[in-house]
Ligand binder design. Structure first.
Ligand SMILES: [Zn+2]
Length: 353
């Protein structure tokens, strides 16, 4: 996972190649090729509202293709629009606007994560021009409750293998009650839009310090490790460099934290120690501690959900209970950073296709 984090950074540092991982893609326009269904092709995309765009860009795909190559939207793609339109209707306007910049919402039948986001970088300055989101098909076919979905995901970090979205008794127990209590999709879309807004607005930003040279042309952990958070960036609140948290936020079990594509993982024996250690940091959730990018997307989701109304995100271990929405309430530096970010005149990707 740590290596994959750096692939994103390479993608951002003007190298010609595009990189991908399960949660985030950075593509060049030539790598994003989509063939829409006949019904979608007959409506010009620039004449529709952000909500109408959902059925224009929804794209059911088969397992043989990935976002960084030609993709064909299968017939019946439009049938997956209604559950997303339902989420759109309850999102704040600032997030609804992000749908106008989406080139695709891929419906995937075989992904390890719940969903992913991606951006299309169209020019040499690395400016974001287009964006897309991918989501697991089953999440659109059934309105899974947030407790099952996020409980299943949390337990994955402790090496528990269960069919989606089964929440077993032997790992940490999660209870998530969202405002409006629609489904897990509400949280997932807010998180993924958070990723897109992070990149479009440089919320996370790392720079090479003065009097230092950082050769980012290829993956070299020493070179990337020299990068430091830009002053006042979101990254500066918790991260020492793109790979590691600041010493005050780094805890011993952090080194084993991994959700997808892992060499090493936590086990259920680490559970009590892990949550006690995480509780001392300014990471709002387990997933937020994975990387600066997940830290932002998770913090963004907590900020937006708190604006939407009463909600709960609880984690229960045999010995302790943690209330994450209450933790967010006292993470003053991140909370005020997100409040100011959300008030900004935010930049949105413009769809390219
Ligand atoms: Zn994410």
């Amino acid at each position: 996972m740590r290596n994959l984090i750096c692939l994103i950074l390479l993608g951002l540092s003007l190298t010609p190649a595009a990189y991908a991982w399960e949660d985030f893609y950075i593509l060049k326009p030539s790598e994003f090729q989509i063939e829409r269904t006949p019904g979608q092709r007959f409506t010009p995309l620039n004449s529709v509202s952000c909500r109408d765009r959902i059925k224009q860009v929804i794209c059911l795909v088969d397992n043989s293709s990935s976002p960084n190559g030609p993709r064909k939207c299968l017939s019946g793609s439009e049938n997956f629009a209604p559950p997303i339109e339902k989420i759109y209707d309850i999102l704040p306007e600032k997030l609804q606007k992000a749908f106008c910049g989406l080139d695709a919402i891929f419906v995937e039948s075989d992904v390890e994560s719940l969903a992913y986001a991606g951006i299309i970088r169209a020019n040499e300055k690395g400016e974001v021009e287009g964006s897309f989101i991918g989501v697991r098909r089953t999440l659109l076919e059934r309105a899974y409750d947030a407790t099952s979905v996020f409980g299943w995901k949390e337990q994955k970090a402790f090496g528990i293998v269960a069919p989606p979205f089964v929440h077993l008794p032997d790992g940490p127990r999660v209870e998530v009650i969202l405002p409006n209590t629609l489904s897990a999709l509400q949280y997932i879309f807010i998180h993924e839009i958070g990723h897109i807004l992070d990149f479009a607005n440089s919320a996370n930003e790392f720079v090479c310090p003065p009097n230092e040279t950082c050769d980012l042309s290829k993956w070299d952990p020493t070179e990337f490790g020299k990068m430091v958070p830009a002053a006042n960036s979101f990254s500066s609140l918790s991260w020492k460099n793109p790979m590691y948290p600041q010493d005050a936020q780094r805890f011993s079990l952090w080194d084993k934290l991994c959700f997808y594509g892992c060499n090493e993982r936590l086990t259920v024996l680490d559970m009590e120690g892990f949550y006690q250690q995480l509780g001392q940091t300014n990471f709002v959730s387990t997933y937020a501690a994975v990387s600066p990018y997940e830290d932002f997307a998770e913090s963004f989701a907590f900020h937006v959900l708190s604006l939407q109304g009463e909600w709960n995100y609880r984690i229960q271990t045999p010995n302790m209970a943690y209330s994450l929405e209450k933790k967010w309430d006292v993470l003053f530096s991140k909370k005020s950073w997100l409040e100011a970010f959300y008030q900004r005149d935010l930049k949105y990707p413009k769809a390219t296709k």
